[in-house]
Design a protein around this ligand. Structure first.
Ligand SMILES: Cc1cc2nc3c(=O)[nH]c(=O)nc-3n(C[C@H](O)[C@H](O)[C@H](O)COP(=O)(O)OP(=O)(O)OC[C@H]3O[C@@H](n4cnc5c(N)ncnc54)[C@H](O)[C@@H]3O)c2cc1C
Length: 449
């Protein structure tokens, strides 16, 4: 494999991070990944594996070697009996979903897009919603990585369990993930029910809604009083027999109209108008809130979880203890109308079960996720700063791939196993080969243990 100096600039999807790597590599095998890491060491360069660039933070940014894993894709092993599937790390969730579908399998839960690579999504703790389900990393049963010395390590609950506890959400700090084994489930159909509800009512019934639905979330436009509540529930054979509870899939024209025209082209046009005339934003935001409509349909799980996102935005998201959600939303309702720069995008709220992955935002506690967004090109810093002070009061933990300002000192107080993670990092990467400035901020200096 050739690694050549290349002046190309790396940019993330949201255009909130850029970098100029000294070298780009496009490995096509594990041996080539290992060789790239060894070559970087000889040249005294750091290494970052690139995913799809969908982190809002500079998690993947590097001035060293950028490892483009877009040629390192596909499923390498699948057992349809146990549901255990091994895939190469550069596989996008979209491609993985399609391949799994062909095997009669699916991932048990997903976030709301599927453009991310498998390793990129796992490394930052990507999650969907569901009070009885954890984030994507909880579906992982083993991880294989190329470490800083070029060797290949495999870890699971029974083999190198500490590396496994760290590497499932490893921020790219421990090595280059080459393959991941996931515990998949048989393909399933979801019944989607989306309808507006007063936000007050949603908050009052929040725990009941989270408990009664497999996947529950809501969107709320900050100047409006209505929320859009999304409930996705698995359709069982019994439901199908009853027939009544099971509306059909959306016809292709309606999917196109609602997801592409209304939610992307139409909303994008409103956003552009708001950016040109910021004074109109609260009214546009209320209009979006009133325009929310009811939609029920069934479809294959990944076609319900995932929708196209073509309107670019900046985002911050924090996991807070479930019981703190009402406080956080009440504070946002108080704060947003007083901001000098109005907010064009909705707030999204999701839930997840507690888990035991060291750097998981849901480590050891049932969590509610509160995500705030602002349309690209509109000011967001003051909004995001106010949000951070609200969630700081309730020990909020930031999504590793979304904008936040916390550093290692603060993060240590939020993660009981933070220093264990740093210890494992120091063991497998004593020289900080996989470091970058984002990691220095959030984990501290690799040499400084
Ligand atoms: C429109 C949009 C919607 C989103 N929706 C959700 C959502 O519903 N839920 C949610 O939780 N998040 C969501 N996110 C955030 C997103 O899932 C994460 O930021 C994720 O990390 C992006 O994956 P990626 O492949 O783009 O990785 P990148 O952003 O490119 O990289 C992320 C990190 O993974 C590391 N990495 C990548 N590959 C490897 C590897 N092989 N080995 C080791 N480290 C590696 C990188 O170095 C970097 O540190 C969304 C983001 C966008 C832009």
């Amino acid at each position: 494999m050739k690694a050549s100096p290349d002046p190309r600039v790396w940019r993330n999807w949201a255009r909130t991070a850029t970098a100029t790597p000294a070298r780009w590599c496009l490995p096509r095998s594990e041996a080539e990944i290992s060789a790239a890491v060894k070559d970087a060491a000889l040249a005294g360069l750091t290494v970052r594996a690139l995913g799809s660039g969908h982190s809002f933070t500079a998690a993947a940014a590097t001035s060293g070697v950028a490892l483009d894993l877009s040629q390192w894709t596909g499923i390498t092993a699948a057992d349809t009996g146990t549901g255990l599937v091994t895939a190469r790390s550069g596989t996008t969730l979209r491609a993985l979903g399609a391949e799994l579908g062909g095997l009669g399998l699916a991932m048990a839960n997903l976030g709301d897009i599927d453009a991310q690579t498998l390793a990129g999504a796992l490394s930052t703790g990507t999650h969907g919603t569901g009070a009885r389900l954890g984030g994507l990393a909880t579906q992982v049963t083993s991880v294989e990585l190329v470490l800083a010395d070029g060797s290949v390590a495999t870890c699971s609950a029974s083999s190198r369990p500490e590396l496994f506890a760290a590497a499932r959400i490893g921020l790219g700090a421990l090595g280059v993930i080459t393959t991941v084994t996931l515990r998949c489930v048989p393909s399933f159909t979801l019944l989607a029910d989306e309808r507006p509800m007063p936000v007050e009512e949603v908050l009052e019934q929040f725990d009941a809604l989270a408990a009664a639905n497999d996947h529950f979330e809501f969107y709320w436009f900050p100047y409006g009083s209505q929320a859009l509540v999304k409930r996705n529930n698995r359709v069982t054979g019994h439901d199908a027999e009853l027939g009544t509870r099971v509306p059909p899939a959306l016809p292709a024209w309606r999917r196109f109209w609602e997801f592409e025209v209304m939610e992307n082209a139409g909303f994008g046009a409103l956003c552009r108008l708001g950016r040109a005339r910021p004074r109109l934003i609260p009214a546009l935001n209320r209009f979006s809130s009133v325009a929310l409509s009811t939609r029920t349909y069934t479809d294959t799980s990944h076609r319900v979880f995932v929708t196209p996102r073509r309107v670019r935005f900046a985002e911050s998201e924090y996991a807070v203890p479930r019981e703190s959600l009402r406080h956080v939303i009440a504070e946002l309702r108080r704060v947003v109308p007083r901001l000098a720069d109005p907010v064009m995008f909705p707030v999204e709220v999701r839930v997840a079960a507690a888990d035991d992955i060291w750097l998981s935002t849901a480590y050891g506690r049932e969590s509610a996720y509160v995500a705030i967004h602002q349309y690209s090109g509109l000011p967001y810093q003051a909004y995001f700063d106010r949000f951070e002070s609200i969630v700081a009061e309730v020990a909020g933990r930031p999504h590793w791939g979304k904008l936040h300002s916390l550093d290692a000192g603060r993060l240590r107080s939020l993660y009981p196993r933070f220093d264990d993670f740093r210890r494992v990092r120091a063991e497998v990467d004593p020289e900080g080969r996989f470091g970058n400035s984002y990691l220095t901020r959030v984990l501290g200096d690799a040499h400084d243990l």
